[in-house]
Design a protein around this ligand. Structure first.
Ligand SMILES: NC(=O)c1ccc[n+]([C@@H]2O[C@H](COP(=O)([O-])OP(=O)(O)OC[C@H]3O[C@@H](n4cnc5c(N)ncnc54)[C@H](O)[C@@H]3O)[C@@H](O)[C@H]2O)c1
Length: 418
């Protein structure tokens, strides 16, 4: 599939207008598209593109992530309007870095949700958002020639195991072609370090928990997992050929405020809060290593500050939670009854994910702080705070199918005490 042309945007000093969607006013504008750039004189008027190529003094070398007084870096975050990307961009800005976000606002879930995700970033002087596609070489050439990046945090992807089974070619196109384009741009423009958002799904159903980075990981259970493993291998080839330091971070089921609306914790919270039935695939004993998004963001920032040749790191918690316990926790926190429907396992699902995080702990100082109970508490508080908006998203979830439509003749419904 050819990359879609960026939506035409008209940029003014105080607003961003998308030609076919809503108009949002920001305090400070940093959004433009390739289309806008091509008409820069018209689109920008007297607007000077911020954060043009940084001087050497501004570029940090060998800084460690997260804390203390450190030199500001210029970092490209792809997928910046998404769940994890928006948290990472915020954390980098808080640290004092300059962030250029790149996102095509794909239709996996609603545009309005992604706009909300970036609201905080948009108020920073040090943030620029580019509306464009990682598969678009002309756009990348433009972005990379205007900025000298110290590192790339590459998170843009088509995410989600189940929908990848119905749209494998789309996943290949976005994840494989897109990542190749980003790596190529990094090479051409001499970006020294890339941090890539990989996934625990690469371990498949055959790895023995707890999963270690040295496990073979050549039996992916879904097209999505296969694209992520292919990306890791492409990263290695790139490192081998060009010497770029690359850290592939295998995230284990990330949750927290702004979690994608089709993901389990978000979806279960929405259903239980409305008093609706929750469908559990399998008997509820599948286990996941749920990782709070702030811990993931800290791990990513530590990886940005600690280039180590080519590395793969697990970012999980080492703790696992059974599905039935998870929905129980959510219902209990919401103080609502839990109605469960059991159905057969879904294709692509794996029985357990469980991270061994010793490598990330030793080399990155990675130390997750938020356990599942506290994380669910925080998630539910966030959900309640945006409840009205979340409700209005429900009809749009048709764009983000999390379930494959299968016929399940043997379903049973039960009420579970919480
Ligand atoms: N959320 C998790 O639990 C989890 C687990 C493992 C790995 N990951 C990986 O982490 C990354 C972020 O995941 P997320 O949960 O924040 O997903 P997300 O869908 O919220 O974020 C991905 C962002 O990438 C953007 N995007 C998609 N295709 C693009 C393209 N062609 N060009 C530019 N931007 C594009 C989307 O618009 C979206 O904003 C992904 O690479 C995902 O595979 C996530």
């Amino acid at each position: 599939m050819e990359p879609r042309e960026s939506k035409e945007r008209v940029a003014t000093a105080n607003s961003v207008r998308c030609s076919d969607e809503l108009t949002v006013t920001y305090r400070r504008k940093r959004v433009f598209s390739l289309a806008a750039k091509r008409n820069r004189r018209v689109a920008f008027g007297g607007f000077q593109a911020p954060n043009s190529r940084s001087g050497p003094a501004e570029r940090a070398t060998g800084v460690s992530g997260g804390q203390g007084k450190m030199a500001a870096r210029r970092i490209l975050v792809t997928g910046a309007a998404g769940f994890i990307g928006s948290h990472v961009a915020e954390a980098l800005l808080k640290r004092g870095d300059h962030v250029v976000g790149l996102d095509n606002f794909d239709d996996f879930y609603s545009f309005a949700t992604k706009q909300r995700n970036i609201m905080r970033c948009m108020s920073s002087e040090n943030y620029e958002l580019i509306h464009g596609d990682i598969r678009d070489p002309r756009l990348l050439a433009d972005v990379f020639s205007r900025h000298k990046f110290d590192a790339i945090v590459h998170l843009a992807a088509r995410a989600g195991v189940r929908p990848s089974i119905t749209e494998p070619a789309l996943y290949d196109d976005v994840n494989v072609v897109g990542t190749t384009r980003i790596l190529q741009a990094a090479q051409v423009h001499g970006v020294p370090h890339v941090v890539f958002g990989s996934s625990s799904s690469v371990y498949g159903a055959t790895s023995v928990p707890p999963f270690r980075e040295t496990d073979v990981a050549d039996r992916p259970s879904s097209p999505y997992a296969a694209t992520k493993r292919a990306n890791e291998l492409a990263c290695y080839a790139h490192h081998h050929l060009y010497g770029t330091t690359i850290s592939c971070l295998r995230f284990f089921t990330v949750y927290g405020p702004r979690q994608r609306p089709e993901m389990a914790i978000h979806k279960f919270t929405r259903l239980i809060d409305k008093g609706e039935q929750v469908t559990l695939y399998g008997n509820g004993t599948t286990r996941r290593d749920y990782t709070y998004v702030e811990d993931i963001a800290e791990g990513i920032i530590s990886a940005v500050g600690n280039p180590n040749g080519y590395r793969i790191y697990n970012l999980g918690t080492t703790d696992t939670t059974a599905l039935l316990d998870l929905v129980g926790m959510i219902a209990s926190r919401l103080e609502k009854p839990l109605l469960v429907i059991h159905r057969d396992d879904q294709p692509g699902d794996v029985p357990m994910t469980h991270a061994d995080i010793s490598l990330a702990a030793n080399e990155l100082g990675y130390a997750p702080k938020v356990d599942i109970r506290e994380g669910v508490d925080r998630f539910v508080s966030w959900y309640r705070s945006v409840n009205r908006s979340a409700d209005s998203l429900a009809p749009r979830l048709a764009h983000a199918p999390s379930m494959i439509d299968l016929t399940h003749p043997s379903e049973s419904v039960s009420e579970v005490a919480v």
